[in-house]
Design a protein. Structure first.
Length: 116
């Protein structure tokens, strides 16, 4: 397993969760790290991405509530999710991507359920 994700669970609306994804050193160094979400019956969408440059990207639906960060010493990317809403429910997938190589890796999904 090249990407190992963890941290999902059940939380009430307004609560918080933190997802973690650990990669091999090479994958972490050479790729942008991100999180996708797949709600039941819907496509998998990008939620947030953190580039090795320090830049970040957030989907409009999570701006101001989610924070993505990279820990280079641990080869780990985190997704801090605050102010969770029922519409945040879904399977979250860790992703490592470099469009220039190109490379694209997926971790196993972790389920996040937000109850109203």
């Amino acid at each position: 397993v090249q990407l190992q994700a963890s941290g999902g669970g059940l939380v009430q609306a307004g609560g918080s969760l933190r997802l973690s994804c650990t990669a091999s050193a090479t994958i972490f160094r050479d790729n942008a790290m991100g999180w996708f979400r797949q709600a039941p019956g819907k496509q998998r969408d990008l939620v947030a991405r953190a580039f090795s440059s320090g830049n970040t990207y957030y989907a409009d639906s999570v701006k101001g509530r989610f924070t993505i960060s990279r820990d280079n010493a641990k080869n780990t990317v985190y997704l801090q999710m605050d102010g969770l809403k029922p519409e945040d429910t879904g399977v979250y997938y860790c992703n490592a991507n470099n469009i220039l190589r190109p490379t694209n890796y997926w971790g196993q999904g972790t389920l996040v359920t937000v109850s109203s």
